[in-house]
Every structure is written in C-alpha cells, then in structure tokens.
Design a protein around this ligand. Structure first.
Ligand SMILES: [Cu+2]
Length: 385
C-alpha cells in the first residue's frame, strides 16, 4: 500500500471537495455495481459447488468425471477434481508393452573415497501410467530420480543443478548435516554442491525440500540412495530397488499433460500409486529370479503421504531389515510397513517357479497401480491383483 501524507489523505481531500452532491451520486453508483457483482459471485459459487457435488457423486458411482469447470482447476485450487483413477486410452496395453520400465536393478557403487552425484533438475512431461502424461519436476529427467548407490564410509559429493523454472533443493535422509545450509534453495540456472559422509548404512529417501514440500515431492522430486554396509549382508543373488509414490492429477492426462491437484494432495486422494513412478510397469515387465535364488528388495516409500505395507504374494519375507536398520533383521514375516520418508530391506527365497506379486497390502494402493510381479523361473502367463 502506497504511503499517503496526512495532508493528502482521502478524508482530508473529500472534506475540501465543494461538489459533495456529485460525490454522493458517484458513491451510490459504485455501491449499486458492487451489489450486482456480489449477486453474480454468489450465483457462480452455488453452481460450482453443485458441479463439485455432481463430480463427487459421479466418481463414487464409478462413472467418468463430468464438469470441465471443476476439471480445469489448477494446483492452487481448493476444490479437488474428480478422480481420474484407472483412466486408460484404447491402446493402453500396447503402450504398456512398449514402455521401457524404470531400471530396478541396484547399480554398482563407485570405487574410491568419494562418490560424485550430479543431479540436473528439469521440468519434463513424463508418463505415470500407460498413456497418462504428467508435467513433472524431475531430478535427471524422470521420477523417481536415479538410484544412487554408495558404500558406508564413502564421502558423497552432491551437486544439484537447477534447470527448472523455480527454486528447488535436495534433502538426503542418509546425511547428518545442517539442513539450513546443505538443503537450501537453489535458484533456476544455479548449482549447489555439498558433501556428507555416508556413516549410516541402509536405504534412504532423497527429495526436494523446498516449500511447499508436498507439492515438490508430489511433482516427482524424490529418489532412493542405498548405503551398503561395510560389514556385508548375507549374500543375495538379485537386488532390486523399489520407490513407492502417489500422484494427484488435475486432469486425466490423456490429451494434454496433467499437473498437480494440490487439494487432492492435501486430502490424500491420489489418482495413481506407483512402483518407480509408473503404474503397473513390473506387472507388464516382471522382475526376474531363478528358483532358489535370494532376491533382495531395497524399498523406499517416497509418499508424499502414503506408507507402503510391503508384501510378496505367495511367499514369506525370509529376512526383513525393518526401517532399513541393517544391524538386525526379523525372520519370516508376512508384511512390513515402510513409512512415508522411510525405507526397508527385504529378502525372499522362492523355490517354486511362478509369478509372485509384490505390492502394498494396503489394497487401495494396488487398485491405483502399485503392483508388480517377480517372475521366478521360466513361466508363462500374467497375474496381478
Ligand atoms: Cu523442488
């Protein structure tokens, strides 16, 4: 608000105005216009509320969303759009088959005392389900960001380059470091470098920590870092990294990319829940193992808000390093929760060939896309929950 000297304040000025009759007429005119505008706003709000109720009823009845007025709400909207869960183009199966799955195999840790990690952030359109496009903010071109693998005791040198349109940052849960310094915002076009010592083994989340964090994680800014312990774990034949996350869409994402519906994110009403950022990708392209092999899953629940109740259908977790605490494990447990922002490590040893779904046993998440298959042996067919 501009500073107005007391001698020129409106009341002083109007007090000196000789034509007070004209002023009264002008004020009356403006008041009349204001009343008309208020009536229109009230009518519009009534119609919008009715549309929202119609959409909610349509979603509850399982039919397609209707109102374009509601559908076109942006990330700032306070009314959630109807659910777009399960939206699929006619050629969804063809797209799912052609989709190149996110590489789940744990990469090797680099040699040497220092592990260099360069994350280049970009605003990119990605697919989060067959034919479903989403305008994401992504570390290194996709969501999740790359799996980072280091060894306990290594120094991890992080460089974040912000190629996006707004400020971002990167918070590593594997670090013990002053967050106000290391995790500070990086402006567009700028880079930030910091180092931390990987003192604690386990599997950890990394994510953008810029406010509102809910929006930055929901838009795809997360990933997993595995810190292998200096005292080796029991041998595993295969090691896979799985990051769970949920997606909140303001549009179906078919004709044009959807973006974040913040009201849905606040209400925790996702349209999709995924392993490694894409609904059902490992149901179409299963992870593999031979009978009798030990398969290790390094699991992070990125959220932004959902936990993952990790379960493998048809077997029992032989070892479960709960919360990613590698100093001890539980034996022969069925389902282990992984909290949003947390991790867990799970071994299975399956002797009988078959298709074994891995999922969150919170089955709403399965229905929204969080299910994959571990294909043990040379078996045919498909199965998903
Ligand atoms: Cu960010």
């Amino acid at each position: 608000m501009a500073y107005v000297p007391a001698s020129q304040s409106p009341s002083t000025y109007y007090g000196k105005d000789p034509d007070s009759g004209a002023l009264v007429k002008i004020v009356a005119l403006f008041l009349g216009i204001a009343v008309v505008v208020l009536v229109f706003v009230a009518l519009w709000m009534g119609v919008s509320a009715q549309n929202a109720r119609d959409d909610a009823r349509a979603a509850a009845a399982g039919s397609a969303p209707v109102s374009s007025a509601v559908r076109d709400h942006t990330a700032q909207a306070t009314t959630a759009t109807a659910s777009f869960a399960g939206t699929a183009p006619a050629n969804a199966d063809e797209i799912a088959t052609a989709h190149k799955p996110y590489p789940a195999t744990l990469p090797a840790a680099p040699a040497g005392a220092v592990a260099n990690v360069h994350l280049v952030l970009k605003d990119v359109t990605i697919q989060i389900a067959p034919g479903i496009k989403y305008s994401s903010w992504a570390f290194a071109g996709g969501a999740p960001g790359p799996v980072i693998h280091v060894r306990q005791g290594q120094t991890v040198k992080i460089t974040l380059t912000n190629g996006g349109a707004i400020a971002h940052s990167v918070d590593f849960h594997a670090a013990r470091i002053a967050p106000n310094i290391a995790f500070r915002d990086v402006d567009p076009g700028e880079s930030l470098t910091y180092t931390f010592k990987a003192t604690d083994p386990g599997v950890f989340m990394y994510h953008c920590g810029t406010k509102p964090v809910l929006a930055h994680i929901a838009n795809g800014m997360y990933g997993a870092i595995v810190v292998s312990p200096s005292t080796p774990l029991p041998r595993a034949d295969r090691e896979y990294v799985l990051v769970s996350s949920e997606w909140y869409l303001n549009a179906p994402g078919l004709a044009k990319p959807a973006s974040l519906d913040m009201a849905k994110a606040h209400a925790q009403l996702p349209d999709w829940v995924t392993w490694n950022g894409y609904a059902g990708q490992y149901a179409k392209h299963p992870l593999t193992a031979n009978p009798g092999e030990t398969v290790r899953f390094w699991v992070v629940a990125a959220g932004p808000s959902f936990d993952t109740d990790f379960h493998v259908v048809g077997t029992i977790l032989n070892r479960a390093w709960v919360n990613g605490d590698l100093t001890q494990f539980q034996r022969n447990v069925q389902t282990v929760p992984v909290p949003a922002g947390g991790g867990g490590v799970f071994d299975v040893k399956i002797d009988q060939p078959g298709l074994y779904p891995f999922l969150s046993h919170s089955f709403a998440s399965v229905d929204l896309g969080q299910v994959g298959l571990l294909k043990v042996g040379d078996v045919e067919g498909a199965m998903s929950h």
